[in-house]
Design a protein around this ligand. Structure first.
Ligand code: HEC
Ligand code: HEC
Length: 345
């Protein structure tokens, strides 16, 4: 072999060695824990979803204002009107991650997690990662309200936003610029590689797969296995015997106190969205306590499992809690707390 060829061969071998060892980062692909998951999925061949939009900073800011305050200044500079007179989106939805493990929707592990973060515990699912889901209003929402009402919203995030503006919020349909703004804001809340718990080493490995031109579903699955693609929702009934409560469950009043403060008071404290005012006072606890065993929507069992309905002339209503948003154990915990506070057991 001529010396020139030898040098070339050594060079090629060295290059391949480096590649195998992961010393080399492919040109153009450099990811960090802050990289959005869809940016990576796209490189691995995932088509962008129908709700994809490349948001501008102004759109995101307008969307954030609508979600948090109910209205925004329109692109033409006009002051918008409130989407709902009664609520803002954050009355019922969080904006941050609310489950310690994104692969599991479990209210028992969610409660201490949201408490540590200082955010509430609510009926609606968080908007964090909502663009990463592939269906909305799932399971019993479709069963109970029927394909006609949930309709396209089950598979279309834009429709889901509109449905919640009109039905959940008892408001008006959003204008196109408002819908775009809310969607843009949602894209700013999409999962990043760091949210999925990927280490720097995992990220280097993904960069290598990308450099090798990998576009297999198996590789996309490595990412998609790290979060739930939808928020599950199963409804449950009040116990048949309210005095006995949910069978075989003993309530823990300390957990019940967290439910009360992080969930009920979020809407029922003075200045909240409800006329029905609750606080940390004996009157509140007595009223709740006296109704627990009654067949009344003032009963904890009844209100948690079924909520209330919007009626003409009085639109604010209370959404019920599906099993994934409050467990039967937590209902008993709340009861135990109310009973403890009234010392009437
Ligand atoms: C009164 C409570 C309430 C208000 C206010 C509210 N929502 Fe909802 N929303 C819900 C509930 C309950 C669901 C049921 C599905 C879930 O999130 O688990 C839901 C679902 C959704 C979903 C589908 C989520 C999923 O993954 O299934 C979207 C999108 C949504 N809401 C957007 C909005 C927007 C945007 C606003 C503000 C304009 C808003 N919501 C205001 C209660 C509310
Ligand atoms: C997302 C906001 C929200 C949350 C969270 C919430 N509620 Fe409500 N609740 C309401 C609204 C709105 C009404 C309708 C009554 C009204 O118009 O003021 C209501 C009604 C009720 C009623 C019936 C009151 C009446 O006058 O008919 C009870 C009892 C009640 N809630 C208890 C609770 C308890 C207990 C919790 C915690 C487990 C809770 N609520 C959590 C918003 C909420």
């Amino acid at each position: 072999m001529r010396p020139k060829n030898l040098a070339l061969m050594t060079g090629i071998l060295l290059f391949m060695f480096c590649l195998a060892q992961g010393f080399m980062v492919p040109v153009g692909v450099k990811w960090t824990p802050k990289t959005p998951v869809y940016e990576v999925l796209r490189v691995f061949g995932e088509p962008m979803p129908a709700h994809y939009l490349s948001p501008s900073e102004e759109q995101i800011a307008r969307g954030e204002a609508i979600v948090k305050h109910g209205w925004a200044i329109s692109p033409t500079g006009k002051k918008g009107t409130a989407v709902s007179k009664y609520y803002v989106c954050t009355t019922c939805h969080n904006l941050k991650q609310e489950d310690p493990d994104l692969r599991v929707s479990n209210p028992d592990t969610r409660l201490p997690y949201v408490k540590a973060k200082g955010i509430p515990f609510l009926q609606g699912t968080t908007f964090k990662g909502i663009v990463n889901r592939t269906s909305w209003y799932n399971d019993d929402y479709v069963k109970k309200y029927g394909a006609e009402k949930i309709g396209k919203a089950h598979h279309d995030l834009r429709e889901a936003i509109q449905l919640c503006a009109i039905e959940c919020s008892q408001g008006r349909p959003m204008e196109d610029w408002e819908e775009d703004a809310v969607l843009a804001y949602f894209w700013s809340l999409q999962f990043t590689l760091g949210d999925l718990g990927l280490t720097d080493e995992n990220i280097r490995q993904l960069e290598q797969l990308a450099a090798a031109g990998d576009t297999t579903q198996a590789t996309r699955q490595l990412l998609q296995d790290r979060y739930m693609p939808y928020s599950p929702a199963h409804f449950y009934d009040a116990p048949p015997n309210k005095k006995a409560g949910y069978e075989g469950i003993t309530g823990n009043p300390a957990v019940g106190k967290d439910i009360y403060t992080l969930s009920c008071l979020h809407c029922h404290q003075t200045g909240g969205v409800s006329h029905y005012i609750l606080g940390m006072d004996p009157l509140s606890f007595e009223h709740l306590r006296n109704n627990i065993t009654k067949d009344s929507h003032f009963s904890l069992y009844q209100i948690i499992a079924y909520g209330t309905y919007a009626i003409p002339g009085h639109r604010p209503y209370m959404p019920h809690y599906p099993a994934e948003r409050m467990s039967k154990q937590q209902v008993e915990d709340l009861r135990a707390f109310v009973e403890q506070e009234t010392d009437l057991k």
